[in-house]
Design a protein around this ligand. Sequence first.
Ligand SMILES: Cc1cc2nc3c(=O)[nH]c(=O)nc-3n(C[C@H](O)[C@H](O)[C@H](O)COP(=O)(O)OP(=O)(O)OC[C@H]3O[C@@H](n4cnc5c(N)ncnc54)[C@H](O)[C@@H]3O)c2cc1C
Length: 458
Amino acid sequence: MAHLEDPFPVPDPTLPFWRTQLHELDDHRSTEQLPTYCDVLIIGAGYSGVATAYHLLNNNPSPPSVVILEARQACSGATGRNGGHVKPDLYFNILNYSRKYGAENAAEFARFEAANVLAVKDLVEKENINCDYHLTRAVDVYLDEKHAKQTEDSYKELLTLGTANLSDVQFTSGKDAESLSGVKGAKACFSFTAAHVWPYKLVMRLLSLVVKKGVNLQTTTPVTSVSETPNSDGTWTVNTPRGSIKARKVLFASNGYTAGIATQFAHKIVPVRGICSRIVTPEGKESPFLPYTYSIRYGPSLYDYLIPRSDGSIVVGGAKGDFWHEKKWWYGVTDDSKMIEPAKNYFDGLMQRTFKGWEDTGAYTDRVWTGIMGWSSDFMPYVGEVPNKPGQLILAGFSGHGMPLICLASKGIAEMLKGERFEDTNIPKLFKPSVERLMSEKNEILDSLAKPAPPSKL
Ligand SMILES: Cc1cc2nc3c(=O)[nH]c(=O)nc-3n(C[C@H](O)[C@H](O)[C@H](O)COP(=O)(O)OP(=O)(O)OC[C@H]3O[C@@H](n4cnc5c(N)ncnc54)[C@H](O)[C@@H]3O)c2cc1C
């Protein structure tokens, strides 16, 4: 087994664009001392933890007492450092999943992702959230002829199978792919409904709503351990350097760091470091407007993903081609205070070399940052009760792809925290944490390195 770094958030992460305008709750502590007891204790103030608190209190006439413990500042983990791309997987991995899990489970997965894009829209409109949410289409562009052909074949097979709903997916090939996408050398492209968002603003608005309703938020309060067994009254003891809290229910919303405090997830949810950037056009110059979000697929496992922002800037992540071959840069890495050295200049000139009409814009990389994802060893998130730990639940392991999953997954977890069974929620069956998943020796992240066509997210 590969060595995993110290699985706790480091205190001095790189500064992502999204965190250049901080919310007043960023380093908030609701009370000077930690409470000694709560009904629900949430570990992690990212999208998962905060959206769960929101759903738990929303339209709840007898709300539980809730404490959120966050190791660093609110929304300073992956959510505050990602690409802002809310892009469902409607076709790309669906044939693989159909073969592996059965067509109905694969279709359920795709339906759930598509539903999330619109669920975020509903949430943003309902709560009047100023987070630059923009509903658009994602365009997946294939630059490699062979990869384009393989994907076209898989798509046609999916159409024949007929289980997944592909009515929103448009396939374009040949010369039209280049003119539709604006990407030089495009061999084929797929487009479908997606969105982009300022993730920090989305989460911080939800956080302000729940703090107003009485949620006790404690930032810079890392959880160091959770008791191995429940106390005699059925509560769990959650320990921090500032004291302990007894909680009736505990939710691990701790993403890539989960194994540090729930060791059964070691090698099941693996910290994986990614890199992202913001590209801007110099004052006085103009760049062509990009109407969509994009994934630029250079080959089966190599891709960049990008969103255009209304301020004219572009947020781009990926760069795997420059560092993926050496695991030490990304696998099992929890340190987002450092750059991924071989990739730190990757984004320079990306727009000029990729998009038609950008050659003379002078667009340059304004900022580069890193962040820690939680990749699960079977690429499915863990959403539900932790096996053999009554009262402990988990919402983590989104494998670099949480934005089209967390809105509805957190709703389902909130229902479970209120007492619903997993089976009575809308969470896809594949996401259920099971003893079999935890016992499996398989690590598809590492297996995928040896294969020509590993699953690729975003
Ligand atoms: C560079 C990068 C780009 C990405 N781009 C995209 C994208 O464009 N689209 C997409 O869908 N997904 C993307 N992702 C993935 C996406 O950001 C995540 O899936 C999602 O944000 C996960 O949310 P979360 O709340 O589960 O985790 P996080 O946002 O990481 O929140 C977990 C929180 O738990 C806290 N925590 C951890 N351990 C402890 C502890 N022991 N005690 C207390 N607190 C603790 C952490 O400090 C953190 O704040 C990207 C991720 C990265 C890093």
